[in-house]
Design a protein around this ligand. Structure first.
Ligand code: SIN
Length: 551
């Protein structure tokens, strides 16, 4: 795996001479103290934060047009939600299917809040982007010479492409990693943590980042910054997301003055492995798509009693049904594949089989204990159809972005497609930008005191996770949300201080993003999609609108 220190790549990034900047404006909306005058500054056309499908696909399209692209990634290029995606990627690739059907399925899942224009773009442009991915080398499963398609919840037909049975994301990540590392216009910097966006007069000039190898701050000046930092599942105790998914992109964008939207809508995946001592490993919805049943501890198949689509009902409904069964006294719920053809099960789900076997479970025979876990954020940094945020030269795509394509609840397997389609649109929109003469560099600095009292950031992180899981999970109420917000108020003073360490900065991001979720959830006095209020259990027409927040 190639890790490219910029200093070894003067081709793309030039270390500029330190400017003399008298009277540098000091702004206190940053999270750490710094002065760009004192830091190495690298110059590139695009800085892309994140190396999942959205980040790398955008990087590849831009790099192939001749732009210089620097991708910063928090850990390694294997630590992404993309790499963990199992079920697949939804796209109309079959004559029996149509963009119209995909459009209506997406709208239905979105519970009245999808942006119809964004959905049209997704379903119409999706197939072309998937073909591009295939051209790059992605090998999706085929059957009888045609793409093999599976079904997942709330899809009216089989339209999910998959790879290696149930390791679709890993295959896509493999291809994108290989392509990005081979592309001469792209440099990939692992273990580079973006700290803050450098914004002046609502124009983004670049990124302040921390290089974990050298333990030092660096500045990346660019013509465009693309946020592709993924989601926030790690704000919760149990999540399908990798450790890096702590909502940093949203926190940075919000601090920089960008609008965020739909933060109350979180998708919990109904079925992750729930076995003491085992990781919370995703058991793909495709398992239910191929006919698996959900049973309670009495062995009863309970989903038909909750929804006409039974196990393939929208995820929020399946999650609440599971919680209801547990509330009624069931000691856990279980996925049952034992009635399915075992040869098919092993062929379709080799990765799930391997993992379950490690914990003594035979998926063709045993009941698999499962539970819901935080999975996907429908909201995020508000963008238009071209990934443009409310801050000039700041773009967003993939899970961190919100153009409204998923509404209040994402249709299964639409997320990988979203990363491709809207990442591609950013490059189309900015195709001329990087050919322009670079603007002047205003310089940035921040001077804040350190917190008055020492803070136990590990303790704060864990307490926050517990509160978010208990009160801002699949079931919410005014009382619980106010409790969480009250806890956060106790740390309000931190906002006017500098984070002394990276742990402090990340914990502050968690605190900020958790607050955005909890405040939006308190404000929305109804239930819809991924937001369920026990004290307002039905949808209300007056709430068929978005909550947009801005600092
Ligand atoms: C799954 O395989 O169940 C996850 C797919 C998705 O979240 O779209």
């Amino acid at each position: 795996m190639r890790v490219c220190p910029l200093s070894l790549l003067p081709r793309l990034s030039t270390l500029e001479p330190v400017d003399k900047m008298e009277g540098l404006p000091v702004a206190n909306h940053y999270i750490m103290n710094f002065n760009t005058r004192d830091l190495p500054r690298y110059n590139t056309d695009y800085v892309i934060l994140g190396s999942g499908i959205a980040g790398f696909f955008t990087a590849l399209l831009a790099g192939r047009l001749g732009a210089g692209v620097t991708v910063l990634t928090k850990q390694s290029i294997l630590d992404s939600n993309t790499d963990k995606a199992q079920g697949g990627i939804a796209a109309v690739m079959d004559n029996d299917d149509s963009p119209e059907l995909h459009y209506h399925d997406t709208l239905r899942a979105g519970a009245g809040l999808c942006d119809r224009g964004a959905v049209r773009i997704l379903v119409n442009e999706g197939p072309r982007r998937v073909l591009q991915l295939i051209d790059m080398g992605a090998r999706f499963d085929v059957e009888g010479g045609r793409l093999a398609l599976t079904r997942e919840g709330a899809h009216s037909c089989r339209r999910i492409l998959h790879a290696c049975g149930d390791a679709t994301g890993a295959e896509i990540q493999r291809v994108l990693n290989n392509q990005a590392l081979a592309e001469q216009n792209i440099e990939v910097l692992e273990r580079h943590i973006a700290i803050d966006l450098l914004v002046k007069d609502n124009v983004c000039h670049g990124v302040l980042a921390y290089d974990c190898e050298t333990c030092s701050l660096e500045v990346f000046q660019s013509r465009a910054v693309v946020l592709a930092t993924g989601g926030l599942g790690q704000l919760y105790e149990h999540s399908t997301n990798p450790e890096v998914a702590t909502g940093d992109g949203i926190a940075m964008a919000y601090r920089a003055g960008a609008e965020v939207m739909d933060m109350e809508f979180l998708q919990f995946h109904p079925t992750v492995l729930n076995l003491p001592g085992a990781p919370r490993f995703l058991i793909s919805e495709a398992v239910r798509g191929e006919g698996a049943y959900l049973r309670n501890d009495r062995g009863e198949r309970f989903m038909p009693g909750y929804h006409e689509l039974a196990e393939l009902a929208p995820r929020d409904i399946v999650v609440r049904a599971i919680l209801q069964e547990i509330h009624k006294g069931s000691r856990g719920v279980f996925l049952d594949l034992s009635h399915l053809d075992s040869e098919m099960v092993l062929r379709r789900f080799p990765n799930i089989n391997r993992t379950c076997l490690r914990y003594g479970l035979d998926i063709t025979r045993d009941m698999l204990p499962v539970a819901p876990a935080a999975h996907y954020m429908m909201g995020g940094v508000k963008t238009n159809y071209f990934g443009e945020t409310s801050v000039e030269r700041l773009y967003a795509c993939g899970e961190v972005a919100c153009q409204g394509v998923h509404g209040a609840n994402r249709l299964a397997s639409n997320s990988l497609l979203d990363g491709l389609v809207f990442g591609g649109r950013i490059v189309e929109r900015t195709a001329g930008l990087w050919r322009e003469k670079a603007g002047s560099w205003p310089g940035f600095a921040s001077e804040l005191p350190e917190p008055a009292e020492p803070v136990d950031y590990h303790g704060l992180r864990d307490e926050l996770k517990a509160l978010m899981s208990r009160y801002v999970g699949p079931l919410r109420s005014r009382e619980g949300l106010e409790k969480v917000l009250g806890f956060m108020d106790g740390y309000a003073g931190l906002e006017n201080s500098a984070a002394p360490t990276m742990l402090a900065a990340e914990t502050r991001n968690r605190l900020l993003v958790s607050r955005l979720v909890a405040e939006s959830a308190l404000m929305r006095t109804e239930s819809r999609g991924g937001h369920f209020r026990q004290d307002y259990p039905v949808s209300r027409n007056s709430w068929q609108k978005h909550i947009i927040m801005r600092k």
